[in-house]
Design a protein. Structure first.
Ligand code: PGA
Length: 250
């Protein structure tokens, strides 16, 4: 049994002072909630980490992107070491919004995964197909190709060092969700590929589903054998919704 991971992706929302208030609210509500069965993670803008670092006792923090470079003249970039030092233990790599709006390709994402691991940050590697690719029957080929390219030449010591998020692009922020069976089918294919790459670890690597996961659909998705948690955008911004998702992971 893999311990579920409920991971919020706040994207570019809230300011640090709001984040601190939000966290106080969550902490209070957690006292009355049975949440011990899951890990809770919030991937927040890097500017928010300082305001949230006190929360590390009851949840983990992550960044949403990082540079593939170690340090130096890269104006505007944030390094793995900076995220780590600011309190992050995870980082999202290859979110479809980065792939699309910032033209991040698999070679770059491979370098970012490597750099994250070098700094003991757990990469949450996102993969997923577009609607056109799904309609053309290519969803699995696209996702598996991304996975293999992004993980090429990468090894790690423990299954806890890597998280994969399957996020069909057409389901992100749209209210459309993959059916639980379709999501499971893809996550099983991902695990099969992981088993080829990492035979000793694959059965314990966490695979998340992301794309309009919300309290009303989470339980069905999270009940599937190869879905070990969620990467949640919109519904992670409200404490009640986040806690409902944690409850659904039981
Ligand atoms: P959503 O976002 O839950 O708002 O669809 C998920 C994500 O982009 O990680």
């Amino acid at each position: 049994m893999i311990r579920p991971l409920i991971a919020g992706n706040w994207k570019m929302n809230k300011v640090p002072t709001e984040a601190a208030t939000w966290l106080g609210d969550l902490k209070e509500k957690l006292k009355q909630t049975d949440a011990g069965h899951a890990d809770i993670l919030l991937c927040v803008p890097a500017t928010h980490l300082g305001a949230m670092v006190a929360a590390q006792g009851f949840l983990a923090l992550g960044g949403q992107d990082m540079s593939q470079h170690e340090s130096g003249a890269y104006t505007g970039e944030i390094s793995a070491a900076m995220l780590k030092d600011a309190g992050a233990s995870y980082v999202i790599v290859g979110h479809s919004e980065r792939r699309e709006y910032h033209k991040e390709d698999d070679a770059l994402l491979n370098a970012k995964v490597k750099k994250a691991l070098e700094h003991n940050l757990i990469p949450i590697l996102c993969v997923g197909e577009s609607e056109a690719q799904r309609d053309a029957g290519k969803a699995k080929d696209v996702v598996i190709a991304q996975l293999k390219a992004d993980l090429e030449g990468i090894s790690f010591a423990s299954a806890d060092d890597l998280v994969i998020a399957y996020e069909p692009i057409w389901a992100i922020g749209t209210g459309k969700t993959a059916t639980a069976d379709d999501a499971q089918e893809m996550c099983a294919a991902i695990r099969q590929t992981l088993a080829e790459l990492y035979p000793d670890q694959a059965s314990r690597i966490r695979i998340l589903y992301g794309g309009s996961m919300k309290p009303s659909n989470a339980q069905e998705l999270l009940s599937k054998a190869d879905i070990n948690g969620g990467l949640i955008g919109g519904a992670s911004l409200k404490t009640d919704d986040l806690l409902a998702l944690v409850a659904a992971a039981k």
